[in-house]
Design a protein around this ligand. Structure first.
Ligand code: DOR
Ligand code: ZN
Length: 345
């Protein structure tokens, strides 16, 4: 039995860092584990221009623990009025590594997102030409579609036509949750990849209703049934480079989660890497953990792999029941429960 595993330092290819006091509260958890992270742009107001992305990047750098070399990889929030020139400028800056496509109304702060993707042709053509990845929140917002089917229907209605129209566009289907998404990624070319979260690998939709309503398991896309979770585990533990780590760690204060209309998002930065190790360990696939955590994402984004190393040990520890979060608190994934892998200092 492997009790210790050393990996090239991982990167998080999908992360919400928020801003202000929230940013200060959560950043250290990510920095402790990851060398870089793709930082989501769904702030209020959203990061729709290079100027906003640069200013946000400066605020993240200013909030870093002293001596940290953590590198925030910025993204732009796609709008129907985004000009090709903004993409060109962003590409030249070297700081922007993707453009996030939120279908309007699909999730947290997506109101300024896209109603009709055909209105984004100018930006998409520029991205395809310049090799800037489109990062997709893959869910339809049609209220007639059952919430558990929104990813599958999005693939059928929007994604399949999109990859046909832009065959060279680099595309990451973010936080995949279904067997349909796995199949889509497996049957497209190498310019299409996916991120997978720890929560979608560890829990199915029963977790939302275990002994009562559990708001801290509520995220979007929502947790799915067990057959889908099994399809995700099979995909990530196969060693296929099209699937890589993206935590979608999305902090919301306890008071906004435990509410009559609670926010979507699961905070996992505090133990994400350790939880992925648990998944690969249970599947007897620890030999594929490093590829998923530390190699495949960097290769897809055309960035160098990290040379620094980290070590995880099979060692139990207790996840705190809550963490500070500005004036509020944060309930992390696995709150108050045992963890089986630990990051060595
Ligand atoms: O659960 C989620 N939370 N899903 C998203 O797509 C957004 C995120 C957030 O920003 O809170
Ligand atoms: Zn996200």
């Amino acid at each position: 039995m492997t009790d210790s595993i050393t990996l090239a330092r991982p990167d998080d290819w999908h992360l919400h860092l928020r801003d202000g006091a929230g940013l200060k509260a959560v950043l250290a958890d990510t920095v402790q584990r990851f060398a870089r992270a793709i930082v989501m742009p769904n702030l209020k107001p959203p990061i729709t221009t290079l100027a906003l992305a640069d200013a946000y990047r400066e605020r993240i750098l200013a909030a870093l623990p002293s001596g940290s070399t953590f590198n925030p990889l910025m993204t732009l929030y796609l709008t129907e009025t985004m000009p090709a020139l903004e993409i060109e400028r962003a590409s030249r800056s070297g700081h922007v590594h993707g453009v996030k496509y939120y279908p309007a109304g699909a999730t947290t702060n997506s109101d300024n997102g896209v109603h009709d993707l055909t209105h984004c042709a100018e930006a998409l053509e520029a991205m395809e030409a310049l090799g800037i990845p489109l990062l997709v929140h893959g869910e339809v917002t049609d209220p007639d579609v059952d919430i558990f089917d929104r990813e599958r229907v999005f693939i059928e209605r929007h994604l399949t036509p999109l990859v046909m129209r832009y065959p060279k566009l680099k595309l990451v289907l973010e936080h995949i949750t279904t067997a349909s998404a796995v199949k889509f990624v497996l049957t497209t070319d190498s310019n299409v990849a996916a991120t997978v979260t720890p929560h979608h690998l560890l829990y199915n939709r029963n977790a939302l209703f275990q002994g009562g309503l559990r708001p801290h398991y509520y995220c979007l896309p929502v947790l799915k049934r067990e057959t889908h979770r099994q399809a995700l585990i099979k995909a990530v533990t196969s060693g296929n480079p099209k699937f890589f780590l993206g935590t979608d760690s999305a902090p919301h204060g306890r008071s906004t989660k435990e509410a009559d209309c609670g926010c979507a998002g699961i905070y996992s930065a505090h133990g994400a890497l350790e939880l992925y190790a648990e998944v690969f360990d249970k599947a007897e696939a620890l030999q594929h953990l490093e590829g998923f955590c530390s190699h495949f994402g960097a290769d897809f984004y055309g960035l160098a792999r990290n040379s620094q190393k980290i070590t995880l040990k099979r060692q139990s520890w207790l996840m705190p029941a809550s963490l500070p979060f500005g004036d509020d608190t944060l309930v992390p994934l696995r709150a108050g429960e045992e963890m089986s892998w630990q990051l060595m200092p």
